[in-house]
Write a protein that binds this ligand. Structure first.
Ligand code: NAD
Length: 556
């Protein structure tokens, strides 16, 4: 990646810095492989370096798909796609953009989890930046080693809580790589402006510590001042080297995630997708569900199973939605309940982590989820505990007993962690549940009715939010922006979606959805004085104009 990244446009002049010959074929950001035209081959010293038949990008996509389908395991498919990413960036993104339903579960959850677990063993080429404890004192200088100078979007992890898989140390790098691929595929963020980063602070994973192929620092995870020194130096350096760059925190463990967000959100343009992106996609699903029930936000009672990043982020945004609907904040907070492994989170429990306290309401102790559902009669239950089969038949039946249309969101990933399946939710509620899930479930039939459940997938939110921040050159990412993203996503759900039980639009619409979200987010930045450019007259057109197009340019 040694050249400025051109935004592809059909028919471009050949820039003066363009590499020629083999160097061009080995430059993934410019390579078109067998799709270089005869004229390009002449002009760029490629004659004889490629077979005679000139393919179209569509032909190449067909070939990629043929090979993809031949492979037997998701991990093999992941390796194949990443090799393509390393060879021909535009083709990789074309495949991702055109086939999101098939490709997203490979480049991101659930397969990316497997890829991270095997990271040192499937490693081929480095991608992104690896900053370790050994780099302290030099982080700014090291960031300047990155070949692109216009980095606008960084996704960073310290690898401590990768998906539901725990501490994967530097092997967690697959997550920022996968996430940024989705920023480009789902919202057209220029891949040349994206930088995946892992902060290697060691790992407490015994398997990695004894694995000679583990690629990170083989030492126990740093904590306290040692940890903070690297993170702080990194975040300061991002702004110095790439002024105004957006930083997205990803898969940090609870004890750092909340703390880092609180510390940095008013200093730089940053957000945590596990907390804020999850919240927005969930609240959007709730807005859709309420269109079906016909009941307003202020009449709802929400109960999350789980009390971590997802649960508290979701609850915070639900409170805001109820406040927007005319409720006092304290009252709204009282409508959101959390249940963790020790039962209902209530005031007086001595063991509560800081982030749970705003939802520790006065109530007698309740030991388990079913009892909590019976005691508080929520209108919606939201599973974010990464513990499977916890929305039992009794739980769903209890919900169906006190709600005409019970809202049941089983959001834990991957599929093996889901609180219940779509089929179970529909069956146990006699087809009345309004269901969404974290991982995809097939369509279900109950009592002759056909349901198409859809995923409350963060990919509907973070790419559009990122694009909106970039488009407005926002100085901060605010909660109001995530609320705007949730409301905008909800507006993209049609009556025909709702009629078949879908609370989200189809994934194939994600680029359109992202553009709308980006415009809404940018609007908040402009209205709040957080933008660094003047507001374009047609914001949606402006945002759409910024979106990377994976079609090849034709050099003439
Ligand atoms: P987290 O580690 O921050 O929180 C998990 C919480 O679950 C903790 O509070 C923990 O105490 C609680 N918990 C653990 N076992 C429990 C049990 N038996 N009963 C009740 N609570 C229990 O993780 P997170 O970031 O909040 O993510 C949680 C889950 O949600 C994961 O499976 C993740 O994949 C999923 N998630 C889904 C989406 C989505 O679908 N859009 C987004 C984010 C997270």
């Amino acid at each position: 990646m040694s050249h400025p990244h051109p935004t592809p446009h059909p028919h471009q002049p050949i820039p003066s810095w363009f590499p020629r010959g083999v160097a061009l074929l080995r430059e993934p950001t410019l390579n078109k492989g067998t799709a270089f035209t005869l004229a390009e081959r002449d002009a760029l010293g490629l004659r004889g370096l490629l077979p005679a038949h000139v393919l179209t990008q569509e032909d190449q996509v067909a070939r990629v798909l043929e090979n993809f389908h031949r492979l037997q395991t998701p991990l093999a498919k992941y390796i194949m796609l990443e090799s393509l990413h390393d060879r021909n960036e535009a083709l990789f993104f074309r495949v991702l953009t055109d086939y999101p339903d098939e490709m997203m579960p490979i480049v991101y959850t659930p397969t990316v989890g497997l890829a991270c677990q095997e990271f040192g063993h499937i490693f081929r080429r480095p991608r992104g930046m690896y900053l370790s404890l050994d780099d302290r004192g030099h982080v700014g200088q090291i960031l300047r080693n990155w070949p692109q100078h216009e980095v606008a979007m960084i996704v960073v992890t310290d690898g401590e809580r990768i998906l539901g898989l725990g501490d994967l140390g530097a092997s967690g790098m697959g997550i920022p790589i996968g996430k940024l691929a989705l920023y480009t595929a789902c919202a057209g963020i220029d891949p040349g402006k994206c930088l995946p980063v892992v902060l290697d602070v060691g790992t407490n994973n015994p398997r990695f510590l004894s694995d000679p192929l583990y690629l990170g620092l083989a030492r126990p995870r740093a904590t306290g001042e040692e940890y903070d020194a690297l993170v702080d130096e990194f975040l300061d350096a991002t702004q110095e080297v790439f002024p105004g760059v957006v930083v997205q925190f990803e898969d940090f463990a609870n004890h750092n995630a909340f703390r880092l967000l609180a510390k940095w959100r008013d200093e730089i343009c940053c957000f945590n997708d596990d907390i804020q992106g999850t919240a927005a996609v969930t609240v959007a699903g709730i807005f859709s569900a309420l269109r079906v029930t016909g009941r307003p936000m202020r009449e709802q009672t929400f109960m999350c199973l789980g009390a971590g990043e997802a649960a508290t982020g979701i609850s915070d945004l639900l409170v805001q939605a109820m406040v927007d609907d005319g409720m006092a904040e304290a009252q709204a907070r009282g409508r959101c309940w959390l249940v963790d492994s020790k039962g209902l989170v209530v005031a007086g429990r001595g063991d509560l982590a800081h982030h749970k306290k705003p939802y520790a309401h006065a109530h007698a102790p309740v030991p388990d989820f079913l009892s909590a559902v019976k005691a508080l009669e929520p209108t919606a239950i939201i599973g974010v505990s990464a513990t499977p089969n916890t929305f039992t038949e009794d739980v769903v039946r209890a919900m169906a007993a006190h709600n005409e249309r019970p809202i049941v969101f089983a959001l834990s990933n991957p599929t093996s962690r889901s609180e219940c399946t779509a089929q179970q939710a529909y069956e146990w509620s006699d087809g009345r549940a309004l269901f969404a899930s974290g991982s995809p479930f097939p369509a279900a039939s109950v009592r002759g009715r056909h349901f198409v459940p859809r995923q409350g997938n963060n990919s509907y939110i973070f790419p559009g939010v990122g694009l909106g921040l970039l488009a407005s050159q926002a100085t901060r990412a605010t909660d109001a922006m995530f609320m705007a993203a949730a409301r905008t996503l909800a507006t993209t759900v049609g009556e025909s979606d709702l009629a078949q039980g879908s609370l989200y639009p189809p994934l194939s619409a994600v680029r359109h959805v992202s553009a709308q979200i980006a415009a809404a987010v940018a609007e908040i930045a402009f209205a709040g004085g957080l933008a660094r450019i003047e507001r374009p007259r047609d914001l949606l057109a402006y945002v759409e104009g910024l979106m990377y197009d994976p079609r090849y340019p034709v050099y003439a």
